[in-house]
Design a protein around this ligand. Sequence first.
Ligand SMILES: Nc1nc2c(ncn2[C@@H]2O[C@H](COP(=O)(O)OP(=O)(O)OP(=O)(O)O)[C@@H](O)[C@H]2O)c(=O)[nH]1
Ligand SMILES: [Mg+2]
Length: 351
Amino acid sequence: MKVSVIVPTYNERDNLPELFERISKALKGYDYEIIVVDDDSPDETWKLAEELSKDYPVKVIRRTDEKGLSSAVIRGFKEATGDVFVVMDADLQHPPEVIPELLKAIEEGADIAIASRYVPGGGVKNWYWYRKLISKGAIMLGRLALPKIRDVKDPVSGFFALRREVVEGVELNPVGFKILMEILIKGNYRKVVEVPFVFGLRKAGESKLSGKTMLNYLRHLYRLMRWEGELDRLIKFSLVGLSGVLVNEGFLWLFVHLGLNRYVANIPATELAILNNFLWNDLWTFKDLKRKPLWKRLVSFHVAALTGAVVQWAIYVPLVWLGLHYLIANLIGIGASFVVRFAVNRHVTWG
Ligand SMILES: Nc1nc2c(ncn2[C@@H]2O[C@H](COP(=O)(O)OP(=O)(O)OP(=O)(O)O)[C@@H](O)[C@H]2O)c(=O)[nH]1
Ligand SMILES: [Mg+2]
């Protein structure tokens, strides 16, 4: 088994000697190569890497026509000759000593082995609480938006190993922001294993994280949702919801005209709307996902509706109390209820 370690770099000159030394120690006994994909760093990282290739099995790719972390990794995949690819940062936040553990997981049958911050034993060093919160929140959102990766605890890790076949022939979007998430959605694989590691401190050089990171992440999530067909479901779910409003109003009108008390008529009208929505979502929005028996889907759909109503109310009341216009407060409540109902139905009712 030959291993290709792919390292994207931009101004990482000061980290290279230690990085190569530790990789070579960690991979003693393995047949391996290191592929540095450098975007023409002003500090001439590529030049130092070329010099060090006398002492280590390093191949340097100096890109002058393209920039970007994901596209650098994809380029690395194209150049790699190994059977297993390892992707890692150059700044030693990804300890090379973890590579053998990743390779062991692959040898034991995993197609993708992720060095994970969020499984027991893993973690981050010296992060402010808000950076942790943002990181965890972003991951939770991703797992919620993309049911395919909902069991992966750290789907945005930049440190992972995979069999060549996982990405061979797969068209990965170089604009994609988190390359692992792109691979987890589009790659060919069965088994994913997560190996704990502690995300350390950057050894030298500067972070390339920018203020636009979060926005880029959301755009990437949106693109992956579209690719997965989850966006279509969201739209269908909305249309079904609108049809439910018509059903609700229509039956309310009918029942009142038939002589039913206005305070009571609302109840059967709402239940009929719920049944209407269930039917269309079952036959249309989630038609490919009927894994649970009908009665369970029905019960779960009602639970989602009730949860949504409670959330709507729980948002409406304090917002009105805070002085917001009641119609706007209700709109925000409806928005929250929509998200909750979609999430519960996608992950539980038709999960
Ligand atoms: N080729 C290439 N490499 C990049 C680019 N941006 C970042 N990198 C490399 O990708 C790795 C991760 O970037 P970092 O800036 O360390 O990102 P981070 O680890 O999330 O942020 P810090 O915690 O601040 O270090 C490092 O090895 C960078 O040198 C790029 O545009 N092109
Ligand atoms: Mg870093």
